[in-house]
Design a binder for this molecule. Structure first.
Ligand code: NOJ
Length: 511
């Protein structure tokens, strides 16, 4: 559990790129690798030193690329494998790192493996997916695909009904068709997963964000099988790619860290209470001051303790699966929310466009399986030019329509404005970079979980008290030592051992 993570991860600040919507350089209305390369300087200037790119492999895009049809080939709409390699090289030459999105739990129905596994005759891929041995038997507890194969059986799905579940075995098989983790089929699937990782790591990628990492071994209530599987991957990485970073979409850091991941995402669904802070009727970060961080803090501490008090939980500003932060917060509320996000343990992840407060685009027709998520995936707003600088394609050809409001935020204007959200985030990242206690591995101790939220961050040499006061009401925090090193929103001062801070303000105090 105390294994060292790649050094660059200790102070990584990630920028998540949804490649479809980031920057289109060939005027087809959809983003591409060259577009990302051209904006690496923008990302670096913001202060981020690492990026995570959503799946960019060949796919029919029924789930925006989370339905892979060839793990070894970049999706032609973004460019070639060589272009992706160039992206890695360009990032490295700027001291930046790149995580690809690895989808190990399922493929597209169009994957060659799946087409082969649907055949009645036994072949190399017969056991690549989770199949029952009769069309009349459905895999319990999972949806399934049935009636489209020559093979007599139903195939379990892992997410949408066009995403068949890859076969890593069952923790305790109890039906004849259920295979154990040690059977040949599951073993071959795992070896293939390692081949895929090896292929991209050799090409220069720095690691993976792993999709639904906890979903691999079936009927594995306590995740013991899935942890064992990832430990096997960990041994392979330690042997061949010890510098590769592994970040899981799992939401249970005690398990994922045991499995050998370096960091785990805090999920916006399940028991994390993440949405209490940002995305509910009365979010904690609203200046109305009617929300509550209590349950979030309770759950956070529980996970933190269970994962050995390491800074391994990543709290994203948002992602391609949830409403934009700016749907429920605005103005200084957003700045204070970022003062929190950028002073928590684990690596912060900024979702493209969140740094300028891009809005959720309401009432869009679903694109590529986005449904309600589509409004958070609209084109990046670079400037006030045609199509907000995203693409020179005709507006109707854009992957997703742009936010059509006259006052939509854009990066260029915010770079020029010292008071903008982007400028504030840039300063906050710089403060984090200068102060070790605020970085990924600094310890955290919560002092108060109401309004304001108060916590201490500690490294060997430094202690910083963070006061987060989203409410419009002023606050006083007693028993404060040290000097203020940074303030966001309003102003604050320390007098006679107490800190007095304005409403909707965050303060960092160094002891
Ligand atoms: C989680 C991804 O973030 C989401 O976008 C996707 O639809 C599912 N996993 C299925 O892969």
């Amino acid at each position: 559990m105390n294994r060292k993570q790649p050094e660059w991860l200790d102070n990584a600040v990630f920028y998540e790129i949804y490649p479809q919507s980031f920057n289109d350089t060939n005027s087809d209305g959809i983003g591409d690798f060259q577009g990302i390369i051209e904006k690496l300087d923008y990302i670096k200037e913001l202060g981020c030193n690492a990026i995570w790119i959503n799946p960019c492999f060949d796919s029919p895009f029924g789930d925006a690329g989370y339905d892979v049809s060839d793990y070894y080939r970049a999706a032609p709409r973004y460019g070639t494998n060589e272009d992706l390699k160039r992206l890695f090289d360009e990032a490295h030459s700027r001291g930046m790192h790149v995580l690809l999105d690895l989808v190990p739990g399922h493929t597209s129905v169009e994957h060659k493996w799946f087409r082969e596994s649907m055949k009645a005759e036994k072949n190399e891929y017969t056991d690549r997916y989770v199949w029952t041995d009769s069309i009349w038997e459905e895999p319990q507890g999972m949806g399934c695909i049935r009636g489209i194969s020559d093979r007599d059986g139903s195939c379990a799905v892992n997410f949408f009904s066009h995403q068949p579940a890859l076969n890593y075995g069952f923790y305790k098989p109890d039906r004849p068709w259920q295979q154990s983790m040690d059977d040949e089929g599951p073993k071959a699937t795992l070896e293939e997963l390692k081949n895929i990782m090896r292929f991209w790591l050799k090409m220069g990628c720095d690691g993976f964000r792993v999709d639904m990492a906890g979903s691999l071994v079936k009927h594995d209530d306590e995740s013991k099988g899935t942890i064992k599987l990832w430990q096997n991957v960990r041994e392979f990485l330690d042997r061949e790619f010890p510098e590769a970073a592994m970040v899981s979409e799992w939401g249970e850091p005690d398990k994922s860290i045991q499995g050998g991941f370096h960091m785990d995402f805090l999920l916006h669904f399940g028991p994390s209470h993440y949405n209490d802070l940002f995305r509910c009727e009365e979010p904690y970060f609203s200046s109305r001051g009617k929300g509550s961080a209590l349950e979030f803090v309770k759950k956070y501490i529980e996970n933190y303790e269970k994962s050995d008090r390491k800074g391994l939980i990543c709290i994203p500003s948002g992602n391609h699966d949830m409403y934009r932060l700016a749907r429920s917060l605005s103005g200084d509320e957003l700045k204070v929310a970022f003062a929190f996000l950028l002073s928590m343990p684990g690596a912060p992840f900024i979702y493209y466009g969140d740094e300028i407060g891009m809005r959720y685009v309401e009432n869009l027709t679903s694109v590529e399986g986005g449904y309600g998520r589509t409004g958070s995936r609209s084109p990046m707003q670079w400037d006030k030019g045609v199509n907000a600088g995203f693409s020179t394609a005709p507006a109707e050809k854009l992957y997703i329509p742009l936010d059509s409001s006259d006052d939509r935020p854009d990066a260029e204007s915010q770079i020029a404005d010292e008071k903008s959200l982007r400028s504030e985030i840039k300063r906050l990242i710089a403060v984090r970079m200068r102060n070790e206690a605020l970085q990924s591995c600094g310890e955290i101790e919560f002092i108060s979980d109401g309004y304001p939220l108060v916590y201490k961050r500690k490294s060997d040499a430094q202690t910083i008290t963070v006061i987060i006061n989203p409410s419009a009401e002023k606050c006083t925090v007693e028993g404060v030592k040290g000097k203020i090193i940074y303030t966001v929103g309003g102003s604050a001062e320390i007098k006679d051992g107490s800190c007095f801070a304005d409403g909707t303000t965050a303060v960092y105090i160094e002891e």
